[in-house]
Design a protein around this ligand. Sequence first.
Ligand code: CMC
Length: 436
Amino acid sequence: MKLADNKATLSFSNGKPSVEMPVYSGAVGPDVIDIRKLYAQTGMFTYDPGFLSTAACQSAITYIDGDKGELLYRGYPIEQLATSCDFMETCHLLLYGELPNVEQKADFTKRVTMHTMVNEQMQFFLRGFRRDAHPMAIMTGLVGALSAFYHDSTDINNAEHRDISAVRLIAKMPTLVAMAYKYSAGQPYIYPKNDLSYSGNFLRMMFATPCEDYKVNPVLERALDRIFILHADHEQNASTSTVRLCGSSGTNPFAAIAAGVACLWGPAHGGANEACLNMLEEIQAMGGVAKVGEFMNQVKDKNSGVRLMGFGHRVYKNYDPRAKLMQETCNEVLNELGLANDPLFKLAKELERIALEDDYFVQRKLYPNVDFYSGIVQRAIGIPVKLFTGIFALARTVGWIAQLNEMIADPEYKIGRPRQLFTGSVPRNVKPLAQR
Ligand code: CMC
């Protein structure tokens, strides 16, 4: 970041002296006002619930222009990455800043591949869960538990340790997600097979059984790989900020990523794909396309508490570029599987058409987000709805770890400690129990 030509001046109506604050410019996007000395100079904090106006860090990884509907990983448009690169290349880009050349790609892929197995003890850990446990509950536990297996590499101040933890996490997430699925289905776990691609191996660990192998379908393999690319990072969203805040205390990377998994679970964040598919199924059960108008009336009625899931975004006030790519993948997968007339896909397209023409959505700049179509794709592949957010967590792990490692390497990083506007009771004395 560099100092901008102008400064910001904060003045007060009560005659207090005004304060000048430096302004910094990034490579692209809005400037920021540096308020780090504000409290020392004025005795005041800023107030910004939900961090709507606060840049909590500097980052060189992902850039979003929400008005344009633009998403860049390390400067590369998501559309180009999704069509010209695979997930391993995207991981290399996010972690190390550059797309790999042929040798670098082979080397990185090999490093990830050599770490796909998890410690055999992990299955006993899984057994402690009920068979109907939500996969995100299991994932939060399993990812946190990884820290108990790698005491040799959890020193976050050691760059080599950070790198090996990153590779381990990226490699083991598919194995853990597939194990969570197999456990819920009551089937034996399938060990990774290292001559398959990252997404091909995941599909096989999900769908093979000891009595019947799984032949990877290249269209589904590519679709899943694209889902991973599209979800790999998304700037300072809630789960990434959680990982940064958690990691800022110096905790080990596995614990910080487990915190990210827990945050991602919520329906306003990663849980939206599950909520979106459930919503489509409910409308379908009500009568499908014929009931879209009725459903939309509920969405627009503030008292109903109903939201159009998969629509709207804190940052995108235009079409989420990931949603367009996901719609394309949805077409490909449904055609490949002979499901071109899938009623939920038709329903989703009809909802989108109506919403994009409706004043309520137009005025509020609400457009489809990545989750609007990703559930339909995953369901067609055979992934159960409850596992959708686990897939998101698998894909987002590289973004979380890249952001965590960037933070720790940043000389300006400090333990996160937001302040508050206190509105509770002023000091008072405890009365003896009998007098209360
Ligand atoms: N359906 C109906 N109304 C909506 C929706 C929606 N999906 N999203 C926002 N609104 C309305 C909201 O009621 C409010 O109206 P008003 O100004 O009249 O009070 C206005 O639009 C602004 O909403 P907001 O909640 O202040 O917006 P936000 O930026 O705080 O929330 C959001 C963003 C993603 C939480 C929200 O749009 C939402 O709940 N969407 C549905 C859940 C969803 O699809 N989430 C996935 C996000 S993308 C995946 C990811 O990156 O994690």
